[in-house]
Design a protein around this ligand. Sequence first.
Ligand SMILES: C[S@@+](CC[C@H](N)C(=O)[O-])C[C@H]1O[C@@H](n2cnc3c(N)ncnc32)[C@H](O)[C@@H]1O
Length: 230
Amino acid sequence: MDLSPRLAAIAAQVPQGSRLADIGTDHAYLPVALLLDGTIPSAVASDVNRGPLERGRLTAQQAGVEENIDFRLTDGLRGLDESQADTVVIAGMGGELIARILSEAPWTREVLLLLQPMTAQPELRRWLTENGYRIQRETIVCEGEKLYIVLAACGGQDTPYALAEFWAGRQRRGESAPLRLAYLDDLLARRKRALAGMERSAHPPEGIETERQLLAQLEQMREEWITWQQ
Ligand SMILES: C[S@@+](CC[C@H](N)C(=O)[O-])C[C@H]1O[C@@H](n2cnc3c(N)ncnc32)[C@H](O)[C@@H]1O
């Protein structure tokens, strides 16, 4: 089964032999692909909506792996614990929803998390780093015109994040991230537009100084990244 670049980037990080839980599975493309290529022996695939779950069941039936997937109609991680999963994927949802789902399942500090937030990435990074999780790695993926981010996280603690690191993720010298510059440029363009909008308003909004600080820090990160590549 051919996965989209976004799902393929997640699949590539699932360890061989994992007990996988795919939360918000929809078509169940990820667990089905990982079963077919022998990465995992079985999976739990859950969704809060009946329609997506049935679509997932159909994908599994057509691929002949329905017996290996435990389909569950449930909200987030409800009904699951660490005895049933050691790798948890939550992809294609908003960052705040992902944080809410994790907040209801503290046992997820014991497993590998692969998270792919569609929105609110800064809020998710902040929530993780302030709630006993450590972001081990960030992968930037290009699909169509868009850049997506996949966070690999586990329980633990890191040194505190600076404001711009909540927005852009922590960059590490020597890491290979071919799309990092494009990601930083995209973020900088968005934040510049946001700041320009604030500056145009008759009464500058409260957050304007923070926005200026963010922009300065992001520019600094960009410079640092370019220097590291030389
Ligand atoms: C955009 S799809 C993403 C599907 C797949 N994970 C992917 O990344 O391609 C989001 C799915 O999450 C499900 N979902 C939304 N809120 C959820 C929740 N609280 N618990 C479980 N699933 C949820 C939706 O029903 C939908 O099927």
